[in-house]
Design a protein around this ligand. Structure first.
Ligand SMILES: [Zn+2]
Length: 238
């Protein structure tokens, strides 16, 4: 069966002498992996340009086993991401993140968000805010939009902290039974709501304190149950 799709490449793995296995996120089929035969032969111009982060039109042959790439055409390879170490590492982090969550069904929202993310980080100098925006929007799309108006446990209107495991504000009473909370104030809540409701272009202009970035990252990692990212370790070295 021949399948046409568009993919964003998240990972390339060398396979045997000349081949590659490509792991990507596709527009029509969710996460997808396929074999690119002879992709590492220099003569094979079309296929050898299949690199991480590239946005590609693909034609796949689906039979038994791993689908095989028949044809591909690059739409955008976001090559400027590779010019800046920080941008490259953050893009690797987003790829690693998507590689580690199951998206079996097509998800147009996440697909478009990844394309937008790569497009914007190519041109922005400081991308840390956009990364935070991506993290919070992603976890919300995955079904963990945080409760930012009431105590997530008893629904009272008072709150003291943010509960990472329960996913929202938490009052001092309920906090006693919750050992994974982080302090939060009114301004922080306004910031979080603004990140959730704004476009990346606006998030880029915001002043987001570092502890909010930490809350967002901890929240995301807790709910996807992964804390160990090779890419982020490279950032800590800087
Ligand atoms: Zn409560």
């Amino acid at each position: 069966m021949i399948v046409k799709d568009q993919i964003i490449i998240l990972k390339e793995v060398e396979y045997k002498d000349y081949h590659k296995i490509i792991h990507g996120f596709s527009r029509n089929n969710g996460k997808i992996s396929f074999l690119a035969r002879n992709a590492r032969k220099p003569k094979n111009k079309n296929i050898s340009s299949l690199k991480i982060f590239s946005y590609v039109d693909v034609v796949l042959y689906k039979g038994k086993g791993l689908p095989i790439l028949n044809n591909s055409e690059i739409i955008n390879n976001f090559y400027k991401i590779n010019d800046d170490y920080n941008k490259f590492i953050y893009a690797c982090y987003i790829a690693e993140l998507l590689n580690n969550i199951a998206i079996e069904e097509p998800n147009e929202k996440i697909f478009e968000m990844v394309l937008k993310f790569f497009t914007l980080i190519e041109k922005y100098k400081n991308i840390s805010n956009v990364v935070t925006g991506f993290e919070l929007k992603l976890i919300s799309i995955l079904g963990f939009r945080p409760q930012l108006s009431l105590c997530v446990s008893c629904h009272s209107k008072t709150y003291k902290s943010f509960s990472i495991n329960q996913g929202g504000l938490i009052c001092s009473n309920c906090q006693r039974n919750d050992d994974y909370t982080m302090k939060i104030n009114n301004k922080d809540i306004i910031n979080l709501k603004k990140i959730l409701n704004s476009r990346f272009e606006e998030i880029q202009e915001m002043n987001i304190p570092i502890h909010i970035k930490k809350i967002v990252r901890n929240y995301l990692m807790y709910h996807i149950d992964k804390y160990d990212f090779k890419s982020l370790k490279l950032l800590e070295v800087l």
